[in-house]
Design a protein. Structure first.
Length: 644
């Protein structure tokens, strides 16, 4: 039992003190048994406050502290650090959340918020009395990282890790690296080309000996925990070996009898089952689409490097962590959405970008010369709750403004109409919007309650809208081509989600722990996320988050060993009868069966245990306890709360 407990109640600059009577909280807990001192502070997390708490620990010989402030999610490690620097075991510190759980939750009831805060602090004191000095566990860690996804972000992560001395396995599901970037053509106002950017990164990847690139590969099995993961990847056959000449590749593609929609051109053109790499796709080695191939053998005669006998391989790897950078998919409009799939001159922005690349001097679509283009913004973004995607995809306004500038520059006599819900070209992207405005583009603004209407009259298409910028005046224009500005949606990765146990948010993108404090980490230790699998981002933002993930995981693995949280499940073998309930309840495969003196009992794999506590309530003999959250601590907290 702790005898000298220090209690600190934070104002949080008014976030707490505006709704909780701090002095009343102090007075209520001052006479609690074993409370040695009680203080209040404007900001407990401030450097000056941390120094004061540290001085109290050293000078007053405190053996436990309680900080009543904000969520432990924000500053648990901050105050553990204060305790450790002052010579107090960090697990003799308890953080009580009276901001989110009291002040903010009951901002309309100051009396109730204060009373609840008092009970929460008393419960925290009760837990501190029962706290134990715990020691972190040390385990060896392999300085090897599996990067899942070899788009621009994945390649930047791999290059960054390799340059810091980490061995990298770069795993790409497609046969070619680069992701979406090569498809866009020009990707910035400076004239940067997506294909050239991809080529530069690919060359950087292949010249680093500590990066191993797998294409046509997919994670199929994973076991272990941070520092020591074992995984299996299935590598699909490319069915082409060596380095065939350009002439041989072209002949093989010409004689291939199977044609399917070309995903690289978003279905605007066809490709053969013998797939030639497009500009910006690397490696520049063809591959055979096994799902479409009829194995007729025509290509083998034209290209001797074709090997239809190749089979799928399974490769076993040992890594210390994962960085997931699997990218996004463009939103696919529903049948009839703004005429999509029903009118032959309605396409998406990604399709239009490829159309621009496929046309040289004149913009032609379906045999018709295009002059007037209507861009309809926020298709698949900022929708109603019952329709789906309520988030803003961020990049679309800039991408559309840039597309309009490029279209007019390349094809000359283009007239652009932008039907938008408010232009969101943030930061320096505002210059792109300015360029579109200066070239004479027309911007019309609509609301979600009054979206543009598409109407076909004869062989002409019209777009009608109630324009907010002209006080709701109804305006109409003819359009040769309607471009739906589609947002980003998360790529379907159900199998990867299950294997790595990556949580997703309400928007279905992968979820980080905290967007500011831990922006690339997930709740699964050793699994980091970056790029557009996490949220809509432009290329620069994708690169920044990818490099952040590289730096973060390298700092963890480069030491060769890891310190694990000691708040782990522990088994009392004498009380355990191995009923298997705990193993079934554990979501992290951390509980195994073992044998002690001929008796089958549970054993905790400490490297896998996350201290979630799922196993403790299902044990019928009460043989499992959780360090840091023991039955004695929880029961004492309940008793304190029940005093009311």
């Amino acid at each position: 039992m702790k005898k000298k407990i220090g209690v600190y109640v934070c104002h949080c600059g008014g976030n707490i003190s505006d709704h909780v009577d701090i002095e009343k909280v102090k007075a209520a807990v001052r006479d609690e048994a074993d409370v040695y001192l009680v203080k209040n502070t404007l900001f407990a997390c401030a450097d000056s406050s941390q120094k004061e708490i540290g001085s109290d620990i050293e000078n007053e010989h405190l053996d436990a502290i309680v900080v009543a402030s904000c969520s432990p999610k924000l500053h648990l490690n901050t105050f553990r650090g204060v305790a450790q620097r002052a010579g107090l075991n960090p697990y003799n510190y308890v953080q009580v959340n009276i901001r989110e759980q009291s002040s903010w939750a009951h901002s309309d009831n100051k009396t109730g918020a204060t009373e609840k805060a008092i009970l929460l602090v008393k419960a925290g004191i009760a837990k501190a009395k029962e706290s134990e000095a715990l020691q972190s566990l040390k385990i060896p860690a392999a300085n090897v990282v599996a990067v899942i996804g070899a788009g621009v972000g994945g390649m930047k992560t791999a290059i960054g890790l390799a340059d810091m001395g980490t061995e990298v396995y770069l795993i790409e599901k497609d046969f070619f690296v680069g992701g979406r970037t090569p498809q866009w053509g020009t990707v910035s106002p400076n004239g940067d080309e997506g294909a050239i950017l991809t080529e530069k990164l690919y060359k950087e990847v292949v010249r680093r000996p500590n990066i191993t690139l797998f294409t046509g590969a997919e994670l199929v099995e994973k076991s272990g925990s941070i520092g020591n993961f074992d995984l299996k990847i299935a590598v699909r056959p490319r069915s082409v070996s060596g380095n065939p000449t350009a002439e041989a590749m072209q002949r093989a593609a010409e004689v291939c009898p199977v044609a399917v929609k070309d995903d690289f051109n978003f279905g605007l053109t066809n490709r053969k089952a013998f797939m030639l790499p497009a500009q910006g796709q690397f490696p520049q080695t063809p591959a055979i689409d096994v799902a479409a191939c009829t194995r007729c053998g025509e290509c083998t005669a034209a290209c001797h490097e074709v090997d239809l006998a190749q089979e799928e391989q399974t490769i076993t790897l040992h890594v210390g962590a994962f960085v997931v950078n699997t990218g996004f998919d463009p939103y696919q409009p529903a049948q009839g959405e703004y005429g999509y799939g029903e009118l032959d001159n309605v396409i998406t922005l990604p399709q239009f970008r490829r159309l621009m690349e496929l046309n040289e001097n004149e913009l032609i679509f379906n045999g018709k010369k295009i002059k007037k283009i209507a861009y309809i913004y926020c298709v698949g973004s900022r929708q109603d709750d019952d329709e789906g995607n309520t988030y803003c995809s961020r990049y679309c306004c800039t991408a559309t403004s840039l597309t309009a500038v490029l279209a007019k520059k390349k094809f000359g006599n283009i007239i652009n109409f932008h039907f938008n819900r408010g232009i969101r070209t943030y930061g320096k992207h505002e210059l792109v919007y300015e360029a579109a405005s200066k070239q004479g583009d027309i911007f019309l603004q609509f609301s979600l309650k009054s979206i543009p209407q598409i109407e076909k009259r004869g062989n002409k298409t019209y777009v009608k809208v109630k324009d907010i910028l002209t006080a709701g005046k109804e305006l109409e224009t003819e359009a040769d081509l309607i471009v739906l500005v589609t947002g980003m949606v998360p790529r379907k990765n159900e199998l990867l989600e299950q294997q790595l146990k990556i949580p997703t948010g309400r928007d279905h993108f992968f979820n980080e722990i905290h967007m500011k404090l831990r922006p690339v980490e997930t709740v699964i230790d050793g699994v980091l996320i970056a790029g557009t699998c996490q949220s809509p981002k432009n290329i620069l933002e994708t690169v920044n988050s990818s490099m952040a993930a590289a730096a973060k995981i390298n700092s963890v693995l480069t030491k060769g060993e890891l310190s694990l949280e000691p708040t782990l499940a522990k088994v009392n073998p004498a009380a355990c009868d191995w009923c298997d309930n705990c193993s079934k309840a554990c979501p992290f495969d951390a509980i195994l069966q073992t044998e002690i003196n001929g008796k089958k009992v549970a054993r905790v794999n400490e490297a896998n245990c996350k201290g979630c506590g799922m196993c403790t309530p299902v044990c019928p003999t009460d043989a499992i306890d959780l360090a840091g959250y023991t039955n004695a601590q929880i029961e004492s907290m309940i008793d304190a709360l029940a005093e009311a």
